[in-house]
Write a protein that binds this ligand. Structure first.
Ligand SMILES: [Zn+2]
Length: 461
């Protein structure tokens, strides 16, 4: 073989490498995250839930999910969407407050207050958007805020008068979300429902009213599966159904001695500001110089009340380090409300208690093209949902406290590859590398043939 022939082959191969485009393919499926507020882990066990049962067979079910402490709506939802402990993301309560003015803002008011949510930790919506994904939030807590100046591309915030349990509206919301996926090509959507939390508070978790709302949720999940099929999304959409905390029955007199702090301390002398009267968890800012006396007085005041200085709060809660947390923390045993100066509390069910309590555990279900079928996962912490979502969306995660190792066994492709490793850039690089490798290989073979040929010719001579 002459040098000319080799040059010709080389140019053909180079031409092939240059004109052969790397096929463009979305390497990830779409993702829908649904939260049903206050869905305790075992709510489906004393009522018929055929659709949830079917999903367990066709997807993944965790035995239960452990929410972060404090087991409250906004803090817990923001842990799911950021993969950070509450003391790191700073959304430490449902209420936003100002210790100087004494103002407290309700859960719904905070939904439009960026300053409450944007503490330097990026939720997945923003991270995904920065990596080219299209994201939306439908009523999900925190979805209405801006993060480092950036809003979620499509965001609907719950109005003050929004009904929690209108089944027709629940279905309409699913239709809207399906259209976002199919007509507008959204990649990641979070969808939030205020039930069964509302019913759990009003009537208590061990009631017929709660069982009825669980059946309504189950029908809605059936409608969701139907809508996914109708929109042709079955093979392209992963769905995670989860929640923020459980629910327990509130203990009241005469069955128990209720916790009323004014029985032990004089508020006007010792307390500058407090967040109490909000279930089984509270925080107190003492007046200057009064911290020690306040702590000592409350410490053994009630057998079901736990009192801590901020820097001594149990590490396992991953809660107290944030600067927003007030100097004295109080939490109660399961079902006890902490009341300040009056017992004005009328809830029959509540949450906010120790996340080790089974009544505070919640649900995790998942299905779709990337999830195994009929897979029962061991219990895990909700903080691990974030790296799982990043992996599903092909997103490089922000620094977080979760671990993909906990959840990757749920996936059909359970390789230990870190989420985001397979970005578009890296796959182009990899494909190019494969092409170059093949090219060099062929060249080597040609070289060996040429050398052998020449040697044989010489020998003949
Ligand atoms: Zn909640």
């Amino acid at each position: 073989m002459g040098l000319g022939a080799l040059a010709l082959l080389l140019s053909i191969l180079l031409g092939w490498a240059g004109s052969h485009p790397i096929p463009e393919r979305k390497s990830f499926n779409k993702l829908l995250l649904i939260s049903f507020d206050g869905f305790r882990w075992n709510y489906d066990q004393d009522v018929d839930t055929p659709n949830m049962d079917r999903l367990a067979r066709e997807g993944v079910k965790a035995k239960y999910l452990t929410p972060p402490f404090v087991t409250m709506t906004s803090p817990s939802h923001f842990t799911i969407i950021s993969g950070r402990w509450i003391e790191d993301h700073g959304v430490i309560h449902n209420m936003m407050f100002n210790t100087e003015t004494g103002w407290k803002y309700s859960f719904k008011t905070t939904q439009n207050k960026t300053e409450w949510w944007d503490n330097g930790v990026l939720p997945l919506w923003i991270t995904a958007q920065r990596q080219g994904r299209k994201t939306a939030s439908f009523h999900y807590p925190g979805g209405g805020a801006k993060y480092q100046g950036e809003a979620v591309q499509r965001s609907l915030v719950e109005s003050y008068t929004h009904p929690d349990s209108n089944e027709t509206e629940w279905r309409e919301n699913i239709d809207i979300v399906m259209n976002w996926f199919t007509q507008e090509d959204f990649d990641f959507v979070t969808l939030y429902y205020g039930e069964p939390d509302n019913v759990g508070h009003l009537f208590g978790p061990e009631t017929e009213r709660r069982r009825v709302i669980i059946q309504q949720i189950d029908r809605t999940i059936g409608y969701l599966v139907e809508a996914i099929e109708r929109h042709g999304l079955t093979d392209h959409l992963n769905v995670i159904i989860t929640s923020d905390h459980g629910m327990t029955t509130v203990k009241k007199k005469p069955n128990v001695t209720e916790i009323l702090l004014t029985n032990y301390i004089k508020f006007s002398d010792l307390v500058k500001f407090h967040i109490v009267d909000y279930g089984g968890f509270g925080m107190i800012l003492p007046k200057p110089g009064k911290e020690e006396i306040l702590f000592q007085t409350l410490k053994n005041a009630h057998p079901h009340l736990h009192v801590y200085r901020k820097d001594e709060f149990p590490e396992r809660f991953h809660y107290a380090k944030h600067e927003r947390v007030l100097p004295i923390l109080v939490y109660a045993d399961s079902g006890y409300n902490i009341n300040a100066q009056l017992i004005i509390y009328f809830n029959k069910g509540d949450h906010g208690f120790d996340n080790d309590l089974m009544d505070m555990k919640t649900i995790f279900r998942a299905f779709g093209p990337d999830f195994k079928k009929n897979y029962l996962a061991e219990p895990f912490d909700s903080i691990h949902i974030y790296p799982l979502m990043c992996k599903l969306l092909g997103i490089t995660p922000e620094p977080h406290n979760g671990s993909l190792a906990i959840t990757q066994e749920m996936l059909t492709d359970s390789s230990s590859q870190q989420p985001g490793e397979e970005t578009l850039g890296s796959s182009v690089f990899r494909n190019t590398a494969i092409g170059l490798g093949t090219f060099v290989g062929i060249l080597t073979v040609l070289f060996v043939i040429a050398v052998t040929y020449t040697a044989v010719q010489r020998k003949k001579k």
